[in-house]
Design a protein around this ligand. Structure first.
Ligand code: PAN
Ligand code: ZN
Length: 185
């Protein structure tokens, strides 16, 4: 049988070595209502890139998996670290695995009941996101945070259920990384 050379992921920068990569950039202007400091968010040019997701092409359907890497830039809106929008899966019971590749940050996880927890993301960290759990990456470092993700193609994304925001926000205050519980977003 022929031996196939599969796509690779470069451990140094998290980029895929494959053809037909699909990439999507999320810019500041796309993240309406995501950051706490609205004035600071408005002051940022709307085309400021915040994160980029690159995805391998894979078959889709029941039982199939997407593979994608998120590259989250370092930075802050006011004193709040850059983060992804975050979501539940539309198919709530579907889980996901994140794998840290470069940089340092946090994975914010939150149950349907609003219980939040944070996991440290670093090169080589493995994160099992169970079903029924919303998830968001936060870059608390000074370099790009890259994490590879694998999730069922049937999972889908539900952003609307988190319109009120997550229960935790992460800030740089007095030179320290501080997670704070928040009431409403
Ligand atoms: C990831 C996320 C990616 C971007 O691939 O989609 O990090 O975050 P948002 O989708 O919240 O903007 C994933 O969790 N897929 O299911
Ligand atoms: Zn997901």
């Amino acid at each position: 049988v022929p031996v196939i050379v599969p796509p690779g992921v470069a451990f140094l920068n998290g980029h895929f070595t494959a053809e037909n990569i699909i990439t999507k950039t999320t810019r500041s202007g796309d993240l309406v209502g995501v950051f706490q400091d609205d004035a600071a968010w408005r002051a940022l040019p709307a085309d400021t890139p915040i994160y980029q997701v690159e995805m391998l092409q894979s078959p889709q359907g029941e039982g199939e998996l997407f593979v994608g890497t998120t590259h989250l830039n370092p930075g802050r809106v006011g004193d709040e670290f850059y983060m992804t929008r975050g979501h539940f899966h539309q198919r709530r019971e579907q889980g996901e695995v994140y794998f840290g590749l470069r940089g340092s940050g946090l994975l914010l996880l939150q149950s349907e009941q609003g219980e939040a927890r944070l996991e440290q993301v670093s090169p080589g960290s493995v994160h099992i996101i169970p079903g029924n759990t919303a998830h968001r990456l936060i870059n608390t470092g000074s370099e790009v945070l890259s994490a590879l993700a694998v999730w069922p193609t049937i999972a889908g994304h539900d952003y609307a259920s988190l319109a009120q925001g997550f229960k935790q926000r992460v800030f740089l205050r007095e030179g320290k990384i501080q997670a704070k519980e928040v009431q409403n977003g």
